[in-house]
Write a protein that binds this ligand. Structure first.
Ligand code: ZN
Length: 316
């Protein structure tokens, strides 16, 4: 059986102040905070998930906001740029919106597509691109009309310390198809309508350093638990040493580091974020896995309060 990933499941990055993180991703970018939980390996730190109205696979960016973390350095062995897809005809809206929050994006063109490039409040490199394909998000916040809202991830630009090896993994392990080369980037496509265009910088990059403002890992989709076990076997057979399959509550996960230095995860589409909250109440309460419930009081006491709003205080 040939395994190929549908595309990006989520991207996870580091931040510092959790309220600033919510202000930016929910407030400025208008994504929905679909889950407020803790880092399962460090419960004094939030794990915040942002996405479309349901946090569908391919729309999700997640953060570990470590308040006193060092600033990282973007470089080889990381996702260098995270791209968000918006509906056709909305790039001017986004440029004005970013300007209104004091952000001046620069413009770039790759593969005949126009990108607005900018950084989040910690220096994480982002871009916005118009895409025909992919469903519009039905989530609307902070004065962003639903027909201009971010649909989800448009893709990512990978910075590798060994681009040739990273490309080998994309094609031969993940099953992505090469579309072409332009201006120093090779482009790969996966079958999903969102989170489906991956560019690799062809020039090997100097290794970056993890910290606030950098991506920790990129997760690729497995359609169900059975396929996930097949992915574990395939990744092992391809010569990598994946972690065991871990229960991340909203998906199952396995991780391996590819030879270009980037941490890859494979995550299951099910069960999703409505597993422990009603779809219309996602992200409102601190959700903990069963094994941390007995410690809820202590965990809550150690976390700062956060609320969904824009940097200007707009809560609607
Ligand atoms: Zn992950």
């Amino acid at each position: 059986m040939i395994l190929e990933t549908a595309g990006i499941h989520h991207i996870t990055a580091f931040a510092r102040n959790p309220q600033d993180n919510v202000n930016f991703y929910a407030g400025v970018l208008g994504l929905r905070l679909v889950k407020k939980t803790v880092n399962f390996d460090a419960t004094e730190v939030y794990h915040l998930y942002f996405g479309d109205q349901s946090g569908n696979p391919g729309t999700v960016i997640t953060f570990f906001p470590y308040p006193n973390y060092r600033r990282g350095e973007i470089g080889g062995g990381q996702v260098g740029i995270t791209a968000f897809a918006v509906p056709p005809g909305s790039l001017d809206f986004w440029e004005k919106r970013l300007n209104s929050f004091g952000i001046t994006p620069t413009k770039a063109i790759r593969f005949q597509q126009s990108y607005l490039q900018f950084c989040d409040n910690e220096g994480l490199q982002l871009e916005i691109v118009e895409r025909e394909e992919g469903l519009n998000s039905s989530w609307s916040f902070g004065g962003i009309p639903a027909d201009k809202a971010i649909k989800g991830l448009g893709g990512a630009v990978l910075f590798s310390v060994n681009a040739e090896k990273t490309i080998h993994v994309l094609e031969n392990v993940l099953g992505l198809k090469k579309l072409g080369v332009d201006a120093g980037y090779a482009r790969f496509q996966s079958p999903a309508a969102i989170g489906n265009l991956i560019d690799v910088a062809l020039e090997d990059k100097q290794r970056g350093h993890g910290g606030a403002g950098t991506v920790h890992h990129i997760a690729w989709r497995a359609k169900d638990f059975q396929e996930h076990e097949e992915w574990h076997r395939k990744v092992t057979a391809c010569g990598f040493a994946p972690t065991q399959i871990l229960d991340r509550k909203y998906f199952k996960a396995l991780y391996f580091r590819e030879d270009g230095g980037i941490l890859f995860e494979i995550a299951t589409d099910p069960p999703g974020f409505a597993r422990d909250e009603a779809p219309d109440a996602l992200g409102q309460k601190l959700m903990l896995p069963e094994w941390f419930e007995p410690l809820r009081g202590q965990i809550e006491d150690n976390l700062p309060q956060i609320e969904v709003k824009t940097p200007d205080g707009d809560k609607g």
